[in-house]
Design a protein around this ligand. Structure first.
Ligand code: ZN
Length: 256
């Protein structure tokens, strides 16, 4: 009944599979064996795309990916720190391995919360679907490894268990999203495509951010300092503040 009242058909699925953060790989493999996904997209059943509020708040989420040529956008992070703008950072395991000292600094800054962007930056599939030329996880066991290994890494380094997951490329099938849910994660998409994988010009980033509405989740990237993401964010923030918006971390609201 709750499901009907809330009007969300998608919450039914997660209620069928209560979180079990201690679940083993073996249990995941046996429970999800033979499940055939029907969806493959960024916004499949179960993916959260907004904060559940009408308040004028925006969640800025920044991905730190592993795509081979990744850096660290010092200028962007310095700006957020200087302006006291909180953000949720989705960090990939390989990026952590390449930038251990920076990771520690980010994790120690209470403005930021560190979340799970996968161990090897894989699209989240139970059948090996590819996206943007990156081969996804091939089966439920690989989904478990991709999420679980990076979760463990983050927990060991920060003492805190991440609670949100965004896959490499942000693509999923709905079975993989369900697996993440059983593992104790909410899967987080976005409602504002802020920098299109760090390919937007500064003016495109600014224009995208200015479409934000109360409760929007914005996705941008912090691993391409050579691109114009930071410039666009820095241009948009004062205008958004003027419009009465403030920035929050994902964990400050329920997601929907
Ligand atoms: Zn990424």
């Amino acid at each position: 009944m709750l499901v009907l009242i809330s009007g969300s058909i998608f919450s039914a699925r997660s209620e069928e599979s209560p979180p079990r953060p201690d679940i083993s790989r073996k249990e995941i493999v046996s429970r999800f064996r033979g499940r055939v996904p029907r969806q493959w997209a960024e916004n499949v059943s179960g993916v959260k795309t907004r904060l559940d509020t009408y308040r004028k708040v925006i969640a800025l989420t920044l991905d730190a990916c592993d795509s081979g040529d990744d850096g660290y956008d010092t200028g962007l992070i310095r700006y957020l720190v200087r302006e006291r703008i909180p953000a949720t950072l989705f960090i990939c395991g390989r990026w952590i391995d390449k930038n251990p000292d920076i990771f520690k600094q980010l994790a120690a800054n209470r403005l930021f919360e560190i979340e799970n962007h996968g161990c090897r930056h894989k699209p989240s599939s139970v059948t090996g679907q590819s996206m943007y030329g990156i081969k996804g996880t091939a089966n439920p066991g690989e989904v478990f490894d991709e999420i679980g290994k990076n979760g463990q890494k983050i927990r060991q380094l920060t003492g805190r268990q991440p609670k949100y997951y965004r896959s490499g490329t942000a693509y999923y099938d709905e079975v993989a999203v369900e697996i993440a849910g059983v593992m104790g994660y909410q899967v987080v998409g976005f409602s504002v495509l802020g920098d299109k994988g760090a390919t937007y010009s500064a003016s495109q980033v600014k224009a995208a951010l200015l479409t934000a509405e109360p409760g929007s989740i914005v996705i941008c990237h912090m691993n391409h300092p050579e691109k114009e993401t930071a410039e666009g964010i820095i241009a948009a923030v004062p205008e958004l503040k003027k419009r009465g918006f403030r920035f929050v971390r994902l964990s400050e609201y329920n997601l929907k």
